[in-house]
Design a protein around this ligand. Structure first.
Ligand SMILES: Cc1ncc(C[n+]2csc(CCOP(=O)(O)OP(=O)(O)O)c2C)c(N)n1
Ligand code: SF4
Ligand SMILES: [Mg+2]
Length: 301
């Protein structure tokens, strides 16, 4: 077997994610990193990553699968550390982009205090939560982002509570920009990364991140799953400006919820309540439609 690094791989060594990383096949993080890198067109961000799969990605010292400066933070503190990194860039007169890249555990749960504090201070941070709806790297435990009905290693019969509405929480901070990201909608993804990178202040992006290991799904179906999640309305693709003006980017298209559920063995659970889930999807859309109608985004947003 040749040990020569292919020319195009070598060229990518200074990108965000290098070849040879340890992400599982079909992991949403791999797509997310590559698309952010491509959307930034050569801009090299500084990454602040808490304890999560994303910091396992780096591999063991002294090598790293990240080709940009990366700070590993404690589980709760990526937004606090990013605050410091961003301040240092400013003090040095550098225009560098500071990116927090954190899981749902580090965002919705243990990290919520530092995320909220940085958002309230409107720190100059691009915060990206890759939400795989579990504590992936520690064995797939439940998080507050785990959806109702999904089995995890700590909810053997399926989770009984609903997923926390992190977008509503972040919008309530009235930060300049909040948006959801889909790895099945490349153009929309790139547009949002470019938009967020071109703004100042706290920008919050949330990507539903397929996780074949935790979702018990086929790695090759990861992108299809996100397309189905949007088609059935379970995952809403939208953006909020200054926490007040809403724009929906894709609408549900009548895809049956079961088309999404049936492809993931995590949903083979006693507590799955399909009707209840459908009702909460309808309620979520009634809310989002009403917000967009009452408080639409402006042309320049
Ligand atoms: C204070 C503290 N508690 C627990 C842990 C163990 N721990 C490390 S990462 C993690 C879960 C991370 O979940 P998430 O943020 O969703 O990222 P994922 O692993 O899914 O990528 C846990 C429980 C820790 N590092 N620090
Ligand atoms: S456990 Fe899930 S999130 Fe973690 S690397 Fe594997 S697929 Fe990605
Ligand atoms: Mg997670």
């Amino acid at each position: 077997m040749s040990t020569t690094v292919a020319a195009e791989e070598f060229e990518r060594c200074d990108g965000i994610l290098r070849p040879g990383n340890t992400n599982c096949a079909g992991c949403g993080m791999s797509i997310g990193h590559q698309w952010i890198e491509q959307a930034l067109e050569g801009t090299r961000p500084t990454l602040c990553i808490p304890a999560c799969c994303g910091i396992v990605t780096a591999g063991s010292f002294p090598t790293s699968a990240y080709g940009v400066p990366t700070v590993a933070t404690t589980f709760a503190s990526s937004a606090a550390v990013a605050t410091g990194v961003s301040a240092v860039h400013t003090m040095n007169g550098e225009d560098d982009l500071t990116v927090s890249w954190a899981g749902d555990g580090g965002t919705y749960d243990i990290g919520i205090a530092t995320v909220s504090a940085a958002a309230e201070r409107n720190e100059d941070i691009l915060y990206v939560c890759y939400d795989n709806e579990i504590y992936g790297n520690t064995g797939g435990q439940r998080s507050s982002a785990t959806p109702q009905g999904a089995k995890t290693s700590t909810t053997a019969k399926g989770k009984t509570e609903s997923k926390k509405d992190i977008m509503a929480i972040m919008a309530a901070h009235r930060i300049p920009y909040c948006a959801t990201l889909s790895v099945a909608h490349r153009e929309d993804f790139f547009r949002k990364i470019k938009k967020a990178a071109g703004m100042r202040g706290f920008r919050f992006l949330m990507m539903l991140s397929p996780c074949p290991t935790g979702w018990k799904s086929e790695p090759a179906e990861s992108v299809d799953l996100i397309r189905l999640a949007i088609g059935c309305g379970l995952f809403q693709l939208f953006e909020v400006f200054d926490g007040r003006r809403y724009r929906v980017n894709a609408r549900r298209d009548g895809t049956p919820l079961n088309d999404y559920i049936a492809r993931q063995r995590r949903y083979k659970s006693e507590s799955l309540d399909l009707e209840g889930l459908e009702q909460s999807i309808n309620e979520g859309w009634a809310f989002l439609d009403a917000m967009e109608k009452a408080f639409p985004a402006r042309d320049g947003d």
